[in-house]
Design a protein around this ligand. Structure first.
Ligand code: 3NM
Length: 222
């Protein structure tokens, strides 16, 4: 395996779906399959919060979701669990600022995809230096999907990062829907990352496809 190129990463970030069992009343497999049918381009397994699986149950669920992603040719990223990612040969790992140090994670995962959450120019610079393939920036809008989320920054944070010379692929996160995806893209994101817009939708497939349409339309306009 070789490192993903920046161009390929940007393409893959278009509609980045994040989910774990606490995010939906429906079975995770069902929601993910519908979302994949709707066209999500990247998936992150984030098994956190009340009722989250642990240990072998978590690993078994990860493998079931990974198989689904493989069927659709969509890379499977594991949130904050390098050991699990390596054990099941996931396509990548995503870490936050309070998780394992990004440089150490890069050493452990080799050429797998490395995503790092960043909230300001300093953290973005550090993530680039640590070898991140993309950064996740948020929350852009208020979110109910992350208990310890910072205050919403608005799309302007994306503009500020780009103006400061941050060239790494950026995925925006937090409160994003098909209705506000365009302004997020226009502010400098390469894609949008969502939990509830897809996981809480009565039709994850329709929700994913509306997001993809919004992201594609915004890209054409740039
Ligand atoms: N990380 P929703 S916000 C997982 O700001 C996560 O780093 C965030 O969920 C950050 O699309 C968030 O339902 C939750 O708002 C995103």
């Amino acid at each position: 395996m070789t490192r993903i190129t920046s161009e390929e990463m940007k393409e893959r970030l278009a509609v980045y779906f994040i989910m774990g069992t606490p995010n939906s009343e429906k079975p995770a497999e069902q929601v993910l399959e519908e979302a994949l049918d709707g066209g999500v381009t990247l998936f992150q397994f984030r098994e956190k919060g009340p009722g989250a699986f642990k240990g072998e149950d978590k690993a078994a669920l990860a493998q079931r979701l990974q198989r689904l992603c493989r069927t659709y040719g969509v890379p499977f990223i594991v949130n904050d669990d390098v050991e699990l990612a390596m054990a099941i040969d996931a396509d990548g790992v995503h870490v936050g600022q309070d998780d394992e140090d990004a440089r150490r994670v890069r050493e452990k995962i080799g050429d797998k995809i490395l995503g790092v959450s960043a909230h300001n120019v300093e953290e973005a610079m550090a993530a680039m230096a640590a070898g991140a393939d993309y950064i996740g920036v948020g929350p852009i809008y208020p979110t109910r999907s992350k208990d310890d989320a910072n205050e919403a920054q608005g799309p302007d944070i994306l503009r500020r990062l780009r103006e400061a010379g941050i060239t790494i692929p950026i995925v925006a996160i937090g409160g994003i829907t098909a209705d506000n995806a365009r302004e997020v893209m226009e502010a400098g994101a390469d894609g949008v990352s969502v939990i509830s817009a897809i996981a809480s939708s009565p039709s994850p497939k329709a929700a994913a496809s509306r997001l993809l349409e919004a992201v594609r339309a915004a890209r054409v306009k740039r």
